[in-house]
Design a protein around this ligand. Structure first.
Ligand code: GLP
Length: 241
């Protein structure tokens, strides 16, 4: 694991955007895996700025989001569809047909998950996967468990994740209890992975991810097995490494 510690959230966002820009400037048709949450917001803002300054062209870029709440329509303000279009995609020149997201209101879960795996394959796999991390070290929505499903699947969210994510909803009762997520196997197939983490609340998860044993109880620790992973963290998140 390549561990890069930066001063603060601002530096983290700048560096993350630089990694994405370098990837796209090298390969225009790059396939990106993208996360949601608060952590990547700064990176998305920096990428929008780069686009506005003509420093980056998204016209051939293909994206796959990591996950989506099960039961939320793409128009729901807390859906990850809505989040991605609102905060990022609508501000850049990405083509709608190149944006791939899981359908949270699918009527056939297995078919939807298989569809997602198939398009990732057809598009040649993910070149650069960006990740956030949950306080319990979940990635995407792969929650700590005795066993993990490798491919895209439906998952039950842990109480701690529901609680952590309730900050985006009016009431904790509105937080979906299930989600569709790429599996750890789907994520680990990416050619390069960059995990972003900021803030003291992520420090325990980061320490276990980097220094701990590889365990499905700490999903992010599986990244130790990948050959091209960068952990990009600010000083607060790195404080227990
Ligand atoms: C959610 C997402 C994850 C994300 C995590 C952390 O549960 N499914 O992909 O990494 O939240 O979010 P934040 O960056 O807001 O702390």
């Amino acid at each position: 694991m390549n561990i890069v510690i930066v001063k603060d959230y601002y530096e983290l966002s700048i560096q993350a955007a630089q990694i994405v820009a370098a990837q796209i400037n090298k390969i225009k048709k790059s396939v990106l895996g993208l996360p949601t949450g608060q952590t990547p917001l700064g990176m998305y803002n920096e990428l929008i700025k780069k686009y506005e300054k003509d420093e980056i062209d998204f016209s051939q870029v293909i994206t796959f989001n990591l996950d989506e709440y099960y039961g939320l329509s793409p128009l729901h303000p807390q859906s990850y569809h809505y989040f991605m279009w609102n905060t990022f995609f609508q501000h850049i020149n990405i083509k709608k047909e190149n944006v791939n997201m899981l359908n949270g209101i699918t009527e056939n879960i297995d078919e939807e998950c298989q569809r997602y795996e198939n398009i990732i394959q057809i598009r040649g796999g993910i070149d650069l996967q960006l990740l956030g991390i949950g306080e319990n070290a979940h990635i995407g929505f792969n929650e700590p468990a005795n066993v993990l499903k490798s491919r895209t699947h439906l998952v039950n969210l842990s109480n701690s994740t529901v609680k952590a994510n309730s900050r985006f909803f009016n009431d904790i009762k509105e937080v979906p209890r299930q989600a569709l997520t790429m599996g750890m196997g789907t994520i680990m197939k990416a050619k390069k992975i960059v995990l972003l983490a900021s803030g003291k609340n992520k420090a325990p998860a980061l320490a276990k991810t980097v220094n701990g044993l590889v365990s499905t109880r700490v999903p992010a620790s599986l990244l130790q097995l990948h050959k091209e992973v960068t952990i990009l963290v600010d000083e607060d998140a790195a404080s227990r490494i």
